[in-house]
Design a binder for this molecule. Structure first.
Ligand SMILES: Cc1ncc(COP(=O)(O)O)c(C=O)c1O
Length: 323
């Protein structure tokens, strides 16, 4: 992972050198996973660096904090400003951004309420998540023997560090057996999601994805894909999906900040469709990449420019085409 050792980390309002971005071993988060966080990307668009759906990610961060009764000492506007400041300070054209709100150092016990709530923001440069070629050729995955958490155990809508113990089990099982990823079912046996990405399938031209009641994280990329697919004229159905729908799908693909839109070419060694990126996956993938690269007009205002004055001076795609 390309961490930049000269980078700064934003910690509770101060930019500190990467090597000094430390917390005490007795911090609550170390022992009890008491953190909520976000993962988002800043892209090097044709109008300059821009964060993709910064508002939606920060809203989810605050939703996650609310579910876990965490009162952030910084409001959303302050964290948004801090994200942009950290990117500028670290001089990234494109990067991955990780804000984390966590229970800090005060006392150790299961009750987190006595500990302070601290906030940090890290940035680093991160390319394709599932390896070179995954976006074009797709990946081989298995259905995990681990289920996603049941609805009344860990809240799936919160992006909390604790949930990633489950994700890590799914991911490790897949990797040690030679697969790129694992797909988890929910505790009712319906398709849920990958260890760190949502899932879509296509059959007879209809796009399907599990509903938020299937113990999924409500992905921002998932929401973007649903929006783009509908705009492209596809019917999108959010509905419970039995496992075998994966095997008989014409196309399957993942969606998430890390994987972006990545085709799946086999599940449990059963080839999906023709074993290549499917045509609808490709169309949706292209629409998504057009937005994040700034090649399409940002009609949904999904891009927050890191240098707004430079972006304003640059020509928008529609105006460029009209010339
Ligand atoms: C478990 C899980 N599901 C889905 C997603 C996709 O969410 P997003 O598109 O907001 O990155 C992620 C990524 O953070 C994830 O960790």
């Amino acid at each position: 992972m390309p961490f930049l050792p000269h980078a700064k980390v934003w910690m509770n309002g101060t930019l500190v050198p990467w090597a000094d971005a430390r917390i005490h071993i007795a911090s609550h988060v170390v022992h009890y996973g008491s953190a909520v966080f976000e993962g988002m990307r800043c892209y090097d668009t044709r109008r300059g660096s821009a964060c993709f759906r910064l508002d939606a990610h920060l809203r989810r961060l605050f939703d996650s904090a609310r579910i876990y009764r965490m009162e952030s000492p910084f409001d959303r506007a302050a964290i948004q400003a801090a994200v942009l400041d950290t990117i500028r300070t670290n001089g990234h054209a494109a990067c991955y951004i990780r804000p984390v709100v966590y229970r800090g150092y005060e006392a150790l016990g299961v009750n987190p309420l006595t500990c302070p709530v601290d906030v940090a923001i890290l940035t680093w440069e991160w390319g394709t998540y599932l390896g070179e070629g995954a976006l074009e050729h797709g990946v081989d995955v298995r259905v995990s023997s681990w289920a996603r958490t049941a609805p009344n155990t860990f809240p799936a809508l919160a992006k909390t560090a604790a949930n990633y113990a489950n994700s890590a089990l799914i991911k490790m099982e897949a990797v040690v057996e030679g697969y790129a990823e694992g797909i988890a079912l929910d505790t009712f046996g319906y398709v849920s999601e990958g260890s760190g990405q949502n899932l879509f399938l296509v059959r007879d031209g209809v796009v399907f994805t599990p509903p938020i009641t299937a113990s999924i994280l409500p992905g921002i990329t998932r929401d973007s894909v649903i929006t783009l697919a509908r705009e492209l004229g596809y019917e999108v159905r959010e509905q419970p999906l039995p496992r075998e729908m994966l095997y008989i799908a014409d196309e399957v693909f993942f969606a998430g900040t890390a994987v972006e839109v990545t085709p799946v070419r086999s599940v449990d060694k059963i080839t999906i469709g023709t074993g290549r990126r499917g045509p609808i996956t490709e169309i949706i993938q292209r629409a998504f990449f057009d937005v994040i690269r700034g090649d399409a007009d940002d009609t949904h205002r999904w891009l927050t420019f890191v240098y707004p004055e430079r972006a304003a001076a640059a020509t928008a795609p529609a105006a460029a085409k009209a010339r």
